[in-house]
Design a protein around this ligand. Structure first.
Ligand code: GLU
Length: 503
């Protein structure tokens, strides 16, 4: 048995809590528990412009909902804190100095203009864009002078000119990269903040992480990390890169095709135990091939080597089937009833709907038909209804813009939602009433319904986005969606008018 195993999950708080994070958390949890070790939760918030407190809170609460409890983290503390990277900046600065002294890093003064030019030149020559090592030619005196003159600079990792980096991955065995393929990664930005690579390595070391179990999208970065460990004189942890979850069409799981926020599954009435069970089946089978298992059973029998490398398909239809089995096989009727009440049939939720519906009620029996779209998975409606008097393409365009704008809402509430539609109405020069018409249908299934902005607040961001996405899919299926070309143009116009997308 391995002693004092320490694994970690290191989410960046830059959006809704992702099922991919839960997937990684699950196997980090199982591995740690199997070896009587600990799982650490670290918040990687060095990208200050994209990180938010709301996102951090949402990630913690959704992992809690799934029961994937960590042993140390920003909320519960531990001996290796602080557990937020933004609170550990001095540590990274010290490491940059150590790397420079050891000849593993160097300051780079290249201007953004030079870097763009270099990039364009390399792309023109059909080469992979990478830094050309220009600033490696500076003498110590030149560097000193520039720094004293206050010239803006970053620090880069000095990658060997030749040779290969060889490391072991627990699932793949020996993995080899030519150093020539690897870019001179920026490790500290000009604002003094570290990039992911540096902060991640420094923290994994200082937090005593023994096993880095993460998604395979990081495998190309591992040579850089190995070099950082070497430069800092530290022993690297064991690496295991897990396969990425995929959409049914085998592309990387993305919210354009599947709901990826854990909150969606909560809001849509899935049981956390079923979601955990389903994620546990992604690329893994228990030694006895059991299909229904809980976190403890998975942890007890977990062997990382049994993970398969083929990209597991995250298929909502299968998850629904499994969830149904949980409702019937794992819970008593009283339990199911209790779950339904806790979910949305509780006085707190219903009392939020009532004021919206009250002036439309004649009898009590009007209440549920009016509010059913707040309880349904997806509303039913025809394409004609969705399009109404607007032109199909225009509907697709408006839905898309709203989808992008919704990504920017950090606090999902009526006022923000109202401001969002006012803004679109103004910038697209369309009356609010006309703008809202297709949204009424996409969200509620009807052209008239309860007040839309309040309803969206109650529905939450994830169910809302899914309904917009489904409406867009319906339009595309009927040839009324945005073509690739139209989408490209819209993206451009959108960036000009509304600012950059953040998804
Ligand atoms: N912050 C990275 C992420 O959000 C962590 C990657 C890693 O586990 O090294 O995925």
């Amino acid at each position: 048995m391995i002693n004092s195993v320490r694994t970690r999950i290191a989410p960046s708080p830059t959006g809704a809590p992702h099922v991919g994070t839960a997937y990684m958390a699950l196997f980090n949890f199982a591995f740690a528990k199997k070896h009587n070790g600990k799982m650490i939760l670290r918040i990687e918030d060095t990208d200050q412009s994209r990180s938010s407190k709301e996102s951090e809170e949402a990630i913690l609460s959704s992992l809690n909902w799934l029961g994937l409890q960590w042993d140390e983290g920003p909320d519960c503390g531990g001996d290796f804190g602080p557990y937020r990277q933004s609170e550990r900046l001095d540590l990274y600065k010290d490491s940059v100095q150590k790397l420079v002294d050891a000849g593993y890093a160097y300051p780079c003064f290249c201007t953004p203009e030079r870097l763009t030019e270099l990039r364009n030149e390399q792309l023109g020559n059909k080469e992979t864009p990478r830094y050309d090592g220009h600033c490696l030619n500076l003498t110590k005196e030149e560097i000193q002078q520039k720094i004293q003159a206050g010239e803006k600079h970053v620090y880069r990792l000095k990658i060997p000119n030749e040779g290969t980096c060889l490391f072991k991955d627990e699932l793949r065995g020996d993995v080899q990269f030519d150093w020539k393929q690897i870019d001179h990664q920026v490790i500290q930005k000009s604002d003094g903040f570290p990039t992911y690579h540096l902060a991640n390595v420094v923290d994994d070391h200082h937090m005593g992480i023994t096993h880095v179990i993460r998604g395979e999208e990081w495998i190309n970065s591992t040579p850089k990390h190995i070099l950082l460990y070497e430069g800092l004189g530290w022993k690297p942890p064991v690496f295991a890169h897990l396969p990425l979850l995929r959409n049914p069409d085998k592309s990387k799981l993305s919210k354009r095709k599947n709901p990826t926020s854990i909150d969606y599954y909560k809001d849509a009435g899935f049981l956390p135990e079923a979601v955990v069970n389903y994620l546990g089946m992604m690329g893994y089978t228990l030694p006895d091939q059991r299909e229904i298992f809980d976190l403890q059973e998975l942890s007890e029998s977990f062997e990382i080597k049994r993970m398969s490398l083929g990209g597991p398909i995250f298929d909502i239809a299968k998850l629904k089937w499994l969830n149904g089995r949980y409702l019937r096989e794992k819970l008593s009727q009283e339990d199911v009833l209790q779950k339904i009440i806790e979910w949305k049939a509780n006085p707190e939720f219903l009392s939020k709907i009532l004021p919206l519906a009250l002036n439309r009620l004649e009898t009590l029996s009007d209440f549920f038909p009016l509010s059913h779209f707040l309880l349904d998975d997806l509303p039913e409606y025809s394409l004609e209804k969705l399009i109404g008097k607007t032109e199909g393409l225009q509907v697709a365009k408006l839905l898309k813009i709203a989808e992008w704008e919704m990504e920017k809402i950090q606090k999902w509430n009526r006022d923000q939602i109202s401001a969002l539609f006012q803004k679109i109405s103004q910038l697209e020069d369309i009356k609010l009433k006309h703008l809202l018409a297709p949204f009424f249908v996409a969200i509620t299934g009807n052209s008239v319904s309860l007040p839309l902005f309040d309803s969206l607040e109650l529905l939450g961001p994830d169910l809302t986005r899914t309904r917009i996405r489904i409406a867009l899919e319906k339009l595309s299926a009927d040839g009324l969606g945005l073509s690739k070309k139209a989408l490209k143009k819209l993206e451009k116009d959108y960036a000009n008018q509304y600012g950059n997308r953040i998804d």
